[in-house]
Write a new protein. Structure first.
Length: 410
């Protein structure tokens, strides 16, 4: 009788646990894998202040900006993809031109690039799907979920850098972007690409079916924050990080301090590079290139400029391995590789810190992207000549196109 009672109590507890998770919100993480109810998603993403929430809010607003493009008037937009290395030049140029409207993390259009395209006769909206810390795997998911056959871009500019493959501070491919975009219905697509081991697959299923398991990371953070607040009250002299004194991203005015901080940050990112992660990100690059080919998306992969000081932080041979990977994979896919890092003419004074471009470097970037898009529209194959600029005006060089030169390389 006692055994039966224990069994009944156990079943009741299990059912109550399942009911609790259902009532709290199942399915989780990505729903069907598509960002749909934007207002609800924004509200949900705002219920916290960690970096993952910020990136998810960024992605939600980026998709909203893409959906608001007046395609019926000016056709498909130009879309940019990448990490904060792509975000910074777009934002810095718009601020310099007096178009400051939003924080860099929520700045999803490039008015500067749109204006420069207009000057060469191209009337297109420009939308950025770049997100902070975006990995190659994140970029693949952004293309898969946001740039569908029904809403393709006119052209896709994908800015990439070594960190996107080997960030030592990252845990793997399951990022906040992954958690926002990937649902249970995507299991067959991501199996083998994002999920390789049995444990990874089980964790993925639990994340999307058990609410309390899904929120365990948030609860851990909140518990630690509560403990820190209690400790601070008990010991007012306890040292703690004064986050309120941290300089907002791209807003620092002490260049020496900004540069030193950047070197320290990337020393950690590049230290003992994660080789297995590099291999996985390479597979994601291959998947991204194949996906763009399947959907007839015109893609340019841009090796983003980074400062010499930043490149010197990389372990010996890693930058060469990174560039060889880009060259090999883009060549196999027939996709142009734009080497702005070595052929773009960037100097230290083009950078805010060791990797992010300031308004001067941003204008160079926008001018070069304008040249690439203009040449593409004129059916001129990419060549490094398109990166040469009129240094006085920092604008695209007007290259005379002989009659009948369409399809030829400069």
């Amino acid at each position: 009788m006692g055994t039966a009672k224990k069994f009944s109590s156990g079943c009741t507890a299990a059912l109550a646990f399942m009911a609790l998770n259902v009532s709290l919100g199942v399915p989780l993480g990505g729903e069907s894998g598509v960002i749909t109810n934007l207002s609800a998603a924004k509200s949900k993403a705002s219920a916290g202040a960690d970096l993952g929430d910020q990136i998810q809010r960024n992605l939600i607003e980026a998709k909203e900006a893409l959906d608001q493009t007046p395609r019926h008037i000016i056709g498909s937009p130009v879309v940019l993809l990448g990490s904060s290395l792509v975000m910074s030049p777009l934002w810095a140029v718009d601020v310099k031109r007096g178009h400051f409207g939003k924080d860099v993390n929520m700045h999803h259009r490039s008015i500067g690039l749109r204006e420069d395209l207009s000057k060469v006769g191209i009337q297109k909206d420009v939308v950025s799907l770049a997100t902070p810390g975006q990995f190659v795997s994140d970029a693949y998911l952004a293309v898969d979920k946001c740039l569908t056959e029904k809403a393709p871009p006119e052209i896709l500019i994908y800015g990439i850098a070594p960190r996107d493959f080997i960030d030592n501070t990252a845990s793997g491919l399951v990022t906040s972007v992954f958690n926002k975009l990937v649902g249970l219905g995507d299991m067959s697509k991501i199996d083998g690409l994002f999920l390789e081991t049995f444990d990874e697959k089980v964790n993925f299923m639990l994340e999307r079916t058990v609410f309390l398991y899904h929120k365990r990371g948030r609860y851990k953070i909140k518990t630690a924050e509560t403990a820190e607040r209690i400790a601070s009250r008990l010991d007012p002299f306890l040292e703690k990080e004064e986050s309120k004194n941290l300089t907002p991203f791209l807003m620092g005015t002490n260049r020496d301090e900004v540069w030193k901080t950047s070197l320290k940050e990337y020393s950690k990112r590049y230290k003992e590079p994660n080789e297995p992660l590099f291999a996985k990100q390479k597979k994601c690059l291959q998947a991204l290139l194949n996906l763009c080919r399947q959907r007839n998306i015109k893609l340019y992969v841009v090796a983003m400029p980074i400062s010499t000081a930043n490149r010197q932080l990389l372990p010996p041979g890693l930058y060469d391995k990174y560039m060889a990977t880009l060259q090999e994979e883009t060549a196999k896919a027939g996709v142009p590789l734009v080497d702005m890092a070595d052929q773009g003419g960037y100097q230290d004074d083009d950078f805010y810190d060791t990797v992010h471009l300031n308004h001067k470097g941003g204008q160079r970037f926008i001018s070069q992207v304008t040249s690439i898009i203009k040449a593409d529209k004129d059916d001129i194959a990419y060549s490094p000549a398109l990166l040469k600029l009129d240094e006085k005006a920092v604008k695209p060089v007007q290259i005379a196109i002989p009659a009948g030169a369409k399809g030829k390389t400069l």
